[in-house]
Structures are given as structure tokens and as C-alpha cells.
Design a protein around this ligand. Structure first.
Ligand code: NAP
Length: 515
């Protein structure tokens, strides 16, 4: 069995002890182990701060952007190998693995493009200058500078490629060294990408380190110039946020946690319309892609009361387009969940939901050997059951929930998720859509409004785009990532500079677009 290593303090290192075992969820075979026992996390943090940080900051934004472009190309070169790894250690179908890998290279390329126009000054002007005194002589300007610490990135098991590289893209472009820790259970693909990053020679030594296995006491070595960006469950998010050292030193923490995402069908959407086709297609895609293990996947589907039967039948019919099977088979569109603990979690979750809703398709019983879950649709009659809005079943599972068709009630119900990453609504009347957006926005990081007027060009709501923010309030963690250059804010310090105008504006103001 393979032993995966960490890349720390300039070398690859296998930890001692048992560590974690990586499995193939289709066959149950063990494919690798990883451990970080024996890693000196204090030395890892110092190496990033003392070696990686200065080297990165010596590069201009444009040079760091070029580095991201090179990384995107280097990872793309081993795309097929990574796709295979996604199947072996994660149960990804080809489509699922491409979504992850291409998401990683696409986000790196996008940040390369955002960064190339940022110039060669070691800071970024933030907004326009301001007159502060009676005349323009006393002037103010905000700037952003890379913080002098390290960015610790802790990721979930479901996106070993995209999860790691979307965070790394923002931090490295900002000029901050990274320590990447993927979810151990599916770390094979992340480990291979880390190898490519290191071997590419594009990233200065110390600017990219990779932890394969437990984070140990890493967080206890951080201080006020460092930051932690975490993606994972709400429960782990709470542990990280409550870490005494992070609290004592006001270490910046960004939490991307779980979310009970919803899709809403407005009453005025005709069953023969393209909008309705988009609704059916997207809901089922979200259910089956990555076997429902996407933080953005729909868990609750709100349908006008009088259309529940029709929608249920159409969604079940759409499922025929997603044959379940061996992930590496070209025809397979629904693979197993990622590992056996995940299977047990999903089965327990279906059991819990079935106490308040009827299973109308699928069910908790595994349909075949391996970590397979039947695509499962539940149907609730009472939209006010708390568990529907509180329990994230991280697999190919959603619940159909009736509502009265008003935008106000739809928003009230989706908001009961307590804060979500994304909600999608399919509508025909602008007035319905506008009311829904205004009422649902305080509780959501992203709102996706489906209509035949954009159906042909629309990327699905489960897809996170580098140009738009990702994250959500409350339950979803309260964090925010990406959003083009907004994604750099977490890694930089905004400082207000005050002084005489020719100095402040001349040295720190926005560049003349003509220059
Ligand atoms: P998890 O169990 O919370 O683990 C997430 C990461 O935290 C893993 O790397 C894990 O390491 C690490 N970890 C666990 N305990 C830790 C501790 N005490 N200190 C430091 N790190 C610790 O979540 P998961 O099962 O991997 O992922 C599934 C969850 O992630 C779902 O709830 C999903 O909704 C959420 N998710 C959210 C987003 C988003 O963008 N909002 C994206 C993807 C997934 P080990 O693997 O080594 O235990």
C-alpha cells in the first residue's frame, strides 16, 4: 500500500504511526495511508513565514499571476491521472473528477488573469483617495498589503483538487505563503497535485507546504499576521473557531461550512417551459454529481402544493439519465459516496428524514456492494418540520416540500436553513423574483435565478465561479471566498494612509488607467 507524504520545510516526509487509511469506496480496498505524526508544525509555520513569505513578496502581482498560470498548465498536464485517482480514492465518476480537477485549473487560470493587471507595486490601492481637510492638502487613501504571516488552508474531503487550489490561488496571488491540508480520506489526488506544484519549481520554496494527515497542533503556532481558511462541517468549524490560540491572537478565520441549500419552483412556471426543464435538470444534476457530496447541492426542493405529484414524477423520470455504476465506466453518472463512514452518515440521515417525510424514491439500503447510495427523494407534507431545515444529508438525497406559491413564504422557508451557500429559484414573473431575492438575500451568499431567458447559457447553481463570491452567513460558516479580487482581501491588510496629497496620492493612489 502506498504511503502518502507531507511536503514540509523543504522536504517530503512520511509521518510515523498509524495515521489515516484511504479507501476505494467501490471495492472497499485500502489504497494508501498518511500520517503527520512527528511533523514539527512550529518549524513548518516558521519556514513559511521566514522563507516562503519574503520570496513571494519579492515577486510582483504580475509575476505571481504568471506563476498561477504555470501551475494551472502543469496540473492540467496530469488531468487523466488525476481523474483516475478521483475514481480510486473518492468514487468520482469521470464527470465528477473533471468537475473537481478542471475547477482547480480553471480557478488558477482565472486568478492568473485577474492578477496580471495589478501592476508591479507591492500593494494594491483600495478605492479612491479622499479629501480629509478643509482643502485637498490633507488626503487619505486605503491600501492593501500582503500580511506577513502564513495562510493555513484546511479542506473537506469532497473537492481535493478544487478545494485546495481555489484557496491557494487567492493567497499566493496576494503574496502569502500557504500550508495546505486536504481532507485525509481522499487526499490521494491532493497529494499528487502537491507533487506537481513542488516539482514545477514555479512556487518559491516555503510558499507552498502540504500536510497529508492530521493538522496536529498546527493552529497553536499561529499569530495575528496568520490566517486560517477552513472548509468542512459546521461541527469542525466550531472547534476551529473556538481554538484558544486563534482567539487569543485574533487570528483571521474564514469558515466555509455546510448548508441546507434549496431550490424553489415558482407557481407561474409552466411545465412545458424551458425554465421548468432547467429546474428538473439542475435539481437532479445536483443530486447525482459527486453523489450529492457538494456543499452547494440542493437538499430541499420547494414546490407549490398543487404541483407536488407532477414534479415528483418528473424528477424521478429525470433520474433515468444518471445510471449508477463503477465510477470508471464511461456510462456511469452516479458513483458511490467517498468512503464507508460517509455511507453510514448518509444512511443514518435518510433514516432521520424519513421520520418526518415519506421516501418516494430510493431509500437507505445500499443497492449494491461498496459505498453506493440509491438516489433518494423524500416527500414532506409539513414544511415546518425543523429537521428538514437543519439536517444536511451529504449524499444523493433531497426532500420535496410543499409551499403556498408566494415568494414571501418561499423565502421564509429557505431562510430557515439558518444561512446558506446558494439558493436557486425558477420563476417567470419578475415581481415574484424580485420579492424573493430581497427576502432571501440576507440569508444567502448566492442566489441563482433560473429563467428561460438565460437557460441556454446558464451554468448550474451548484457550480462555484471564481468571479463571484462563495460562502454564506450563519449555518454556512459566515465566510466568504473568491469573488475575483475580493478573494485577496482575507490575505491582505487594509491600511488607511493619511498625509499630504502629493505624497499619499502620488505614491499610493490608484494608477492612471492610461499608464
Ligand atoms: P470535516 O470532517 O469537518 O473535515 C474537514 C477538514 O477539517 C478535514 O481536512 C479534517 O481533517 C479537518 N479537521 C477535522 N478536525 C479538525 C481539527 N480539530 N483541527 C483541524 N482540522 C480538523 O468535513 P468533511 O467530512 O471533510 O467534509 C464534509 C463537509 O464539508 C460537509 O458538511 C460539507 O457541507 C462541507 N463542505 C463545505 C464547503 C463550503 O464551501 N462551504 C465545501 C465543501 C464541503 P481530516 O480529514 O484529517 O480529519
Amino acid at each position: 500500500m502506498q504511503t502518502l507524504q507531507s511536503y514540509v520545510v523543504g522536504q517530503w516526509m512520511a509521518g510515523s504511526g498509524q495515521g489515516s487509511t484511504l479507501e476505494n469506496p467501490t471495492t472497499g480496498e485500502h489504497v494508501a495511508t498518511c500520517s503527520t505524526e512527528g511533523v514539527d508544525f512550529g518549524a513548518v509555520v516558521r519556514h513559511a513565514r521566514e522563507v516562503g513569505g519574503p520570496a513571494l513578496r519579492a515577486m510582483t502581482f504580475a509575476e505571481r499571476a504568471a506563476m498561477l498560470k504555470g501551475l494551472s498548465a502543469a496540473i492540467h498536464e496530469i488531468r487523466e491521472e488525476l481523474i483516475d485517482m478521483g475514481a480510486v480514492n473518492g468514487g468520482n465518476t469521470r464527470g465528477d473528477a473533471k468537475f473537481d480537477v478542471d475547477g482547480a485549473t480553471g480557478t488558477l487560470a482565472a486568478y492568473a488573469s485577474f492578477g496580471k493587471r495589478l501592476g508591479d507595486r507591492p500593494f494594491l490601492p483600495d478605492g479612491d483617495g479622499l479629501q480629509l481637510g478643509r482643502t485637498a492638502r490633507f488626503w487619505g487613501q486605503h491600501i492593501r498589503v500582503p500580511r506577513r504571516g502564513v495562510a493555513v488552508h484546511i479542506n473537506a474531503f469532497n473537492f481535493p483538487a478544487w478545494g485546495m487550489m481555489e484557496k491557494a490561488a487567492c493567497a499566493l496571488l496576494a503574496g502569502v505563503p500557504v500550508i495546505e491540508k486536504p481532507g485525509a480520506a481522499t487526499s490521494l489526488m491532493a497529494w499528487r497535485i502537491a507533487q506537481v506544484v513542488v516539482e514545477s519549481g514555479l512556487v518559491p520554496e516555503g510558499a507552498f507546504q502540504f500536510i497529508c494527515g492530521s493538522a496536529g497542533d498546527l493552529l497553536d503556532h499561529l499569530d495575528g499576521q496568520d490566517c486560517v481558511a477552513f472548509t468542512g462541517s459546521a461541527a469542525t468549524g466550531r472547534i476551529i473557531r473556538g481554538n484558544p490560540n486563534l482567539t487569543a491572537n485574533n487570528v483571521r478565520v474564514n469558515i466555509e461550512a455546510d448548508s441546507i441549500n434549496a431550490a424553489v419552483l415558482a407557481p407561474d412556471v409552466d411545465a412545458s417551459s424551458e425554465t421548468y426543464g432547467l429546474f428538473v435538470g439542475n435539481v437532479v444534476l445536483d443530486m447525482c454529481q459527486k453523489a450529492g457530496q457538494k456543499c452547494t447541492a440542493v437538499r430541499r426542493v420547494f414546490v407549490p402544493e398543487d404541483r407536488m405529484d407532477e414534479v415528483q414524477a418528473d424528477l424521478i423520470a429525470e433520474l433515468a439519465r444518471y445510471p449508477m455504476g463503477e465510477p470508471q465506466e464511461k456510462t456511469t453518472r452516479l458513483g458511490p459516496v467517498a468512503h464507508s463512514a460517509q455511507l453510514a452518515d448518509v444512511q443514518a440521515g435518510i433514516g432521520r428524514l424519513s421520520e418526518v417525510a415519506e421516501v418516494v424514491h430510493g431509500g437507505a439500503e445500499s443497492p449494491r456492494e461498496g459505498c453506493f447510495v440509491s438516489p433518494t427523494i423524500l416527500r414532506a407534507s409539513d414544511a415546518d418540520e425543523d429537521v428538514l431545515h437543519e439536517l444536511e444529508v451529504f449524499g444523493p438525497v433531497f426532500t420535496l416540500i410543499p409551499y403556498d406559491g408566494t415568494a414571501e413564504r418561499a423565502a421564509e422557508l429557505v431562510n430557515r436553513g439558518g444561512g446558506g451557500l446558494v439558493v436557486s429559484a425558477y420563476f417567470a414573473e419578475d415581481a415574484w423574483g424580485e420579492r424573493f431575492v430581497v427576502d432571501a438575500a440576507p440569508y444567502h451568499g448566492r442566489i441563482w435565478m433560473g429563467s428561460e431567458r438565460m437557460a441556454e447559457q446558464a451554468l448550474p447553481p451548484g457550480m462555484v465561479l471564481p468571479a463571484l463570491v462563495h460562502g454564506g452567513p450563519g449555518r454556512a460558516g459566515g465566510g466568504e471566498e473568491l469573488g475575483a479580487l475580493r478573494g485577496l482581501e482575507f490575505y491582505t491588510q487594509r491600511t488607511a494612509i493619511q498625509g499630504f496629497k502629493s505624497f499619499v496620492a502620488g505614491h499610493f493612489g490608484p494608477l492612471d488607467p492610461a499608464e
